[in-house]
Design a binder for this molecule. Structure first.
Ligand code: DGL
Length: 274
């Protein structure tokens, strides 16, 4: 291949969309960070809401759904895949990387920054069962939390409520109060949100938690990593242009529309029957 051919090849690829998937609508919290940082990039988001939540499924099921989602995004010409789901990342990203020749960006609970900054030496992590029981999570947790106390709590029932759009319902308030009470009792000063759905709960969490508790998630870090890997591979879009921002869901479009209402004029939401 001569240098001109390489140039054309890279140009073609930089114009392809960034593919993003999650078990449902939660990964839109990551999409927002990516779109803010890379406003000229086309994006293609897949919400596998029909199969949400992933958090209580077996590792094999999570891998098989992640493969299906990846193949859909690759069929649509994605140049990179962002696994905007902690549960899918911690259980399936290794298999995805082994099987597909495209860069993958994953998301994991932000234990490291919380562990490095805690003053009370006590942090809380709210995540799905699938994430907390994964080998990848155990390894990261062991590496950074040797001298601190970590309270891990499974956010049972939170994802289905978010999928329904019941972000500030009474049921949500009760569940969050129950899940954070032992963390508050153990004087955490950082709460790590280990599920991409949970950033939508920050307003409710702020009403419940003492004001000294800082809430952190991984959205911004994922967006920065996406940009860095695209740059490294010469895949960043070269010109300033209005991007094509597409969303697919295999369930109702309602909650996606609700969570993305501020972008309603520039996005396209479609139902994908599979
Ligand atoms: N957004 C997914 C995550 O980050 C939710 C998991 C689920 O579907 O249970 O883990």
């Amino acid at each position: 291949m001569n240098s001109r051919a390489v140039f054309i090849f890279m140009e073609m690829h930089s114009k392809q969309p960034i593919g993003i998937f999650d078990s449902g609508v939660g990964g839109t919290s990551i999409w927002k960070e990516i779109h803010e940082l890379l406003p000229y990039e086309d994006t293609l988001y897949l919400a596998d809401s029909k199969n949400a939540p992933y958090g209580n499924k077996s590792r094999e099921e999570i891998i098989s759904l992640s493969i299906k989602n990846t193949e859909f995004l690759l069929e649509q010409n994605s140049k990179i895949i962002v696994v905007a789901c902690n549960t899918a990342t911690t259980n399936a990203i290794k298999v995805l990387r082994e099987n597909y020749d495209v860069p993958f960006i994953g998301i994991e609970p932000a234990i490291k920054p919380a562990a490095l900054q805690t003053k009370t030496k006590s942090i809380g992590i709210l995540a799905t069962r699938g994430t907390l029981s994964s080998e990848l999570f155990s390894k990261t947790s062991e590496a950074f939390t040797k001298d601190i106390s970590v309270m891990e709590v499974v956010g049972e029932g939170l994802v289905p409520l978010i999928e329904k759009g019941a972000l500030e319902s009474e049921e949500m308030l009760q569940l969050l109060t129950k899940y954070t009470a032992p963390m508050v009792a153990s004087e955490i000063d950082y709460l790590v949100l280990g599920c991409s759905h949970y950033p939508y709960l920050i307003p409710t969490l702020k009403k419940i938690l003492p004001k000294e508790v800082k809430i952190i998630d991984s959205g911004e870090a994922v967006a920065k990593q996406t940009k860095a890997i695209l740059d490294e591979n010469d895949l960043l879009v070269k010109e300033s242009r209005p991007p094509k921002l597409q969303f697919y869901t295999n369930a109702s479009k309602r909650t996606l529309g609700l969570l993305l209402s501020e972008y309603s004029k520039k996005i396209l939401i479609a139902e994908k029957p599979f």
